[in-house]
Design a protein around this ligand. Sequence first.
Ligand code: AMP
Length: 389
Amino acid sequence: MLNIALFGPPGAGKGTQSEFLIKQHNLFYISTGDLLRKEMVAKTKLGLEARDIIAAGGLVSDEIIVQIIEKTITDNAGSGGFLFDGFPRTYIQAYILEGLMLKLHTSLNCLISLTVPEEESVRRLLHRGTTSGRSDDNEAVICNRLREYNQKTLPVLQFYRDKGIYVEVDGTADIAAVHRQITGIIQQELSKKLFNVVLFGYPGSGRGSQGKALAKKFGLEFVATGPMLDAEVKLDTATGRRIKELYDNGQLAPDELVVPLIEKKLADSKGVKGYIFKGFPRTLVQSYILDGLLKKHGSAISQVVEIEVPTLELIRRLNARSHTDACMPYDNSTEKIVKRLQEHESKTVPVIAKYNQLHGVTKVDGMGSFEEVFARTSVVIENGFKNMR
Ligand code: AMP
């Protein structure tokens, strides 16, 4: 998700710039002012409560703001991100926004502040008042709105300065120039954002070969824990020797061994556009670990994909592989193959169900040639990339 807050005094041009941005970046627009005006038109309890305060140019209570904004955010959790206009308007609301973003497992990317001197604000609002039909666009109320802004809203900037996600744009420049500057800032934010895919599928579904090829095509780093463990064994590192011992006893490598390897991979791969995870997370515990690992890099899961292949076809493929040189020690007998399929069913299927609730899981038909499945999966990833932008 890309979440941006547009900040500035009344009349700074937030509404105008928002119109461009939502079209360009597939963002869901939240203007607390617009939401409040809708409530007033509909004469709801909230609208009636807010009416007199808005008419006087004051700020409505945080309780009202939370009520109108929480539902809008949760109802649109599947959007590419949010563009906030007129929120947060107090230091307290900045904390409220943190909490709301956390609920969606995301965060605010940046706050873009449009700076405009007070006289210019007043001039613009008076001009707007001649056509806007807004009762609060008149001189006496404008004065109050600007006083509220100076006293209660300006302190919000410090909150975001401290967080290091505050950017300033000269709001007195012409509309196109301001738009160009904002677009530049957003492009920079997007380039910082990692695109992280978790690729699922039963053993034999082709997730390994597809994942590797997809990573190459989309410039992503392929993180496959199985081969990473095998590499340690081959390199005969201390970890590798422990893993070998466990393998020899028919045991799985514990999280304590797997996690540092992923951690190292994430730390070492600087400048990548994102990651494709395969074979991790395999368990619910590992799904929490992955959240933590990505969070450490200020990132999160962007997309979850599952390659679907019917069970009989899986057995046929794994059995065929067991007769070739590509045979893995873990699929050289029917008993081992069945055990792996069962492991996936009991431990990994619940992870997919969890992701389905949280992010939605895109299913891809895994039947057909490698190229056919690759073409289908590529379309899915391509769309995921587009949604992020
Ligand atoms: P706007 O359309 O953003 O200029 O907002 C119009 C009026 O709605 C403001 O003057 C406030 O009275 C009220 N309002 C809008 N957003 C908020 C907010 N986040 N907190 C408190 N009051 C708000």
